[in-house]
Every structure is written in structure tokens, then in C-alpha cells.
Write a protein that binds this ligand. Structure first.
Ligand code: FAD
Length: 284
């Protein structure tokens, strides 16, 4: 289908993008990689009068480590993250996940900022940002602010992004030495989106697990940290028996989605299987 007509604006700075967004009000939308927005325009699920292209803003690009944090610009593509040399030890799941998203076209155009603003429950970055205790940095008419990922993803396609705000970057604490991380997903074979994705991190020392951080996407309407899995493994010996026992708690007490690709029961089962895969990878 062909989208409704709109006026195209190219923003050259974050300030200009915020100004254009404010000028356009409810009728303006940010355009990043276009790989979620353009399909909704073509399906006429969205018909903004103004599209504000932020893809040429240099300030939204770049992946670097400073002040004990990994900073990823909102305009970085999935492929740039997957292939970046700047990802520190302990955050390998960022490189791993970047390679798993969609196909080469999606990875070369789609951005991390677009993915988290869109907040598709099956998207990969939200779970990874939750597991890694990331903060989402935003700029808007009232200046800049930062929100922990745990407060950012609210519900299905719903985030804490305010009116006329744009995401500028994400910041992730560099984990202590000895931390391992992984992202494991069961893919929907056509789209490559996650039917279930499990992001896990832990520090392993003297055969024991600590700082266990586990998050899921694809399971519920919004991504979540799984305290049941985390507490079962924290402080425990890092062995197959404890991994299996902790994984059996996955998604317990959560409202699990169902779709024509996966029933609630099957998705709940997959959550346990993918928790076990992720924790086994860390404990190996
Ligand atoms: P756009 O489509 O340009 O924008 C998406 C939304 O975010 C719009 O509402 C836009 O206004 C808003 N927005 C964009 N950037 C910002 C910003 N910086 N600040 C505020 N708002 C902003 N995703 C996965 O996670 N895993 C997959 O396996 C996967 N497979 C895919 C397969 C296909 C065939 C397709 C088409 C998409 C797939 N995606 C997948 C989604 C893909 O990752 C998108 O690129 C991503 O969700 C959106 O990023 P974008 O840069 O393309 O954003």
C-alpha cells in the first residue's frame, strides 16, 4: 500500500529535531531507520503530516566507553552495534543480539533508538537493556533526562518517552571483571523477531554465581526482569542442577502472551527452555 502524503523534514541536530517535533504537535513523527514506522504508514495504521528524519544527526551516532559506561547513540544501527569493537567484556550479548536481528537490510537500516521507542514486545533490545541495567537518555523541549530501562518500558508499544522527546542514547554500566552475558532467542522464522528472548548476565567467581540479571522479551506485552530466576541462582554454585532449577521459575506469575505463532502454554515453556540455555551458556 501507499502511505498518506506527508511533509518530509531533515533535522541536522537534536535541538532542531525537538523543535520540528514540537512545531508539528500530534501530527509529527520521528523517522529513524524506517523499518517499523514505514510499514505502519503503508498499512495506514499511522498517517502523520510531518516526518522528521533524524538519520543524519551525528550526535545520535557513535559507540564508546566513558565514565564506567558503554554509551550507544540512538541512531546506531543494529549492525553497527553487532560489529563494534567498543563493546566491553561482560556485555557480549549486545554484539550477539545485533547479529540476530531481522535480516541484513533490517540490521543495516534499523536503529536501537527506533527499536526501543517503538517498544514492540517481540523486539530484542528491550530485554537486553533491562538485563544490563541500562538507562535511556532523552532530549525534549524541557531539556535532557535519563530514565532507567526498568521504568522506560511500560506496556505494549508504550514507553516513558514524553511528548516531543527523542531518545538520544542508551548508557549501560560496564560490568565488573568476571561477568559473562548472553542473549538467546527462539526466532519467528519469517520475521526473525523473538517469540521468546532471554538476556542474562552474571559474575562467576570460585564456581559461584552472583549479580545474576535475567530479562525476557517476547513473553509478555512488555519486557521484564525475572526476579524468580535471578534469586534462585544468586549465590548458588554454578552447575547444571542449579541452572535447571532456577530456569524452571522463568515467567512464573507473569501474564504470558499468546498469538497464532505460540500459545500461552508453549511460550511459557519456551521461557524456561531459553532461560536454561542462557544460564547454561554463562555457567559453562
Ligand atoms: P523507525 O521505524 O524509523 O521508527 C520506529 C518508531 O520509533 C517510530 O514511531 C518513530 O517515530 C520512533 N523513533 C525512532 N527513532 C526515535 C528516537 N531516536 N527517539 C524517539 N522516537 C524515535 N526488531 C528486532 O528487535 N528483532 C528482529 O528480529 C526484527 N526483525 C525485523 C524483521 C523485519 C522484516 C522488519 C521490517 C523489522 C524487524 N525488526 C526487528 C524491527 C527493526 O529492528 C526496526 O528497525 C526497529 O524496530 C525500529 O527502528 P528504526 O530505526 O527502523 O525506527
Amino acid at each position: 500500500m501507499i502511505p498518506s502524503s506527508f511533509e518530509y523534514h531533515k533535522a541536522n541536530s537534536v535541538e532542531e529535531a525537538v523543535q520540528l517535533l514540537s512545531n508539528g504537535g500530534d501530527d509529527a513523527k520521528i523517522l529513524a531507520g524506517g523499518h517499523s514506522l514505514i510499514p505502519t504508514l503503508k498499512l495506514r495504521l499511522n498517517d502523520p503530516d510531518h516526518l522528521i528524519d533524524i538519520s543524519k544527526i551525528d550526535a545520535l551516532k557513535g559507540i564508546s566507553v566513558s565514565d564506567g559506561h558503554l554509551h550507544i547513540g540512538a541512531g546506531c544501527t543494529h549492525n553497527q552495534i553487532a560489529t563494534s569493537d567498543a563493546i566491553p567484556a561482560g556485555l557480549e550479548m549486545f554484539s550477539q543480539a545485533g547479529h540476530m536481528i531481522g535480516d541484513p537490510q533490517v540490521r543495516n537500516r534499523g536503529t536501537i533508538g527506533g527499536s526501543i521507542a517503538h517498544a514492540d514486545p517481540a523486539a530484542d533490545w528491550p530485554g537486553i537493556l533491562l538485563a544490563s541495567n541500562a538507562s535511556i537518555n532523552m532530549a525534549g523541549p524541557n531539556g535532557e533526562r535519563s530514565v532507567p530501562a526498568s521504568d522506560f518500558f511500560i506496556a505494549l508499544f508504550t514507553t516513558a518517552l514524553g511528548e516531543n522527546e527523542i531518545i538520544t542514547s542508551v548508557s549501560i554500566p560496564v560490568p565488573p571483571a568476571g561477568t559473562k552475558s548472553t542473549y538467546q532467542k527462539f526466532v519467528q522464522p519469517a520475521s526473525r523477531f523473538a517469540l521468546v528472548g532471554c538476556a542474562a548476565m552474571a559474575s562467576i567467581a570460585d564456581g559461584k554465581c552472583s549479580n545474576v540479571q535475567v530479562a525476557f522479551n517476547g513473553v509478555s506485552a512488555a519486557p521484564f526482569r525475572d526476579a524468580g530466576v535471578e534469586s534462585a541462582l544468586n549465590g548458588a554454585d554454578c552447575n547444571a542442577e542449579n541452572v535447571a532449577s532456577a530456569s524452571s521459575n522463568a515467567a512464573n506469575g507473569k501474564t504470558v502472551m499468546q498469538s497464532h505463532f505460540a500459545s500461552e502454554k508453549y511460550r511459557s515453556h519456551l521461557a524456561k527452555v531459553y532461560a536454561k540455555k542462557a544460564l547454561s551458556a554463562i555457567c559453562s
